[in-house]
Design a protein around this ligand. Structure first.
Ligand code: ADP
Ligand code: MG
Length: 230
């Protein structure tokens, strides 16, 4: 294992307990990870194994009860909420199972709107939005609204929205769960292209065995621990 300089994300001994006293539940029971930049990674595991909890910790949406998370060499758990928000906003992108697009806005407007509220330079917004939509193959459909698009197209819009500011790390929690498996594979191909063309790191969670075949590495979670690395 490397010393961590080129690891985009590292977790060391992370535990996460919810609740207190008798009702306390330890959901992550000591997770260690070191993910080099420029990889496509999947977390797999049964429902309740801790995938979402782990991805939330890596994305600084939550803090570990014990242990440390490093993002690009910085110890995230040591930073203030404000610093963490800033890093998340500028250097990370998030994609969820539900696409959560704004219904009255076109694909382009959905992407541009996010850049607007995240103080991305005004002059570069339009180009960045169009570029991201092109990258996910939605250039020709960028003026359609969510209800005029298929599920796969809506998820690609959500991915465009998550990458328009060119994050180093993209975290996607069950991004294909609401899609049929063929459409799901198209989404993974989009991630694969982002990794290859931009050196982005993509970490996703999935149940789909076909997806596990095409990622660079699979971490299997069971009951709050990584039990296999494939
Ligand atoms: N905020 C919370 N409070 C209490 N228990 C939680 C909380 N979040 C998750 N859990 C529990 O942690 C376990 C793992 O959840 P999760 O990380 O969502 O698993 P997965 O994404 O693999 O399905 C589940 O048993 C879940 O009920
Ligand atoms: Mg989950």
């Amino acid at each position: 294992m490397t010393t961590g300089e080129q690891d985009i994300i590292r977790a060391s001994g992370i535990k996460r307990t919810f609740g207190k006293g008798q009702g306390a539940v330890t959901v992550l029971k000591g997770v260690d990870l070191a993910i080099p930049a420029g990889r496509l990674i999947a977390f797999k595991g049964r429902s309740g194994s801790g995938k979402t909890t782990l991805i939330n910790l890596l994305g600084a949406l939550d803090r570990p009860t014990e242990g440390k998370v490093y993002f690009a060499g910085r110890e995230m758990s040591a930073l203030s909420d404000r610093q963490r928000d800033e890093i998340r906003r500028k250097e990370m992108g998030l994609v969820f199972q539900s696409f959560a697009l704004i219904p009255l806005m076109s694909a382009y407007e959905n992407v541009e709107f996010i850049l607007r509220i995240s103080d991305f330079p005004a002059k570069e917004r339009k180009d960045a939005a169009i570029r991201a939509l092109d990258q996910v193959g939605l250039g020709p459909r960028m003026h359609h609204r969510p209800f005029e698009m298929s599920g796969g197209e809506q998820q690609r819009t959500a991915i465009a929205r998550a990458i328009a500011h060119r994050p180093k790390l993209l975290l996607a929690d069950e991004p294909t769960a609401e899609l049929d498996s063929r459409t799901g594979l198209h989404i993974i191909k989009v991630f694969r292209d982002l990794v290859q063309q931009q050196g982005m790191t993509v970490i996703l969670t999935t149940h789909d065995p076909a997806i596990m075949e095409i990622v660079d590495q699979v971490y299997e979670l069971e009951d709050g621990q990584i039990v296999a690395q494939l």
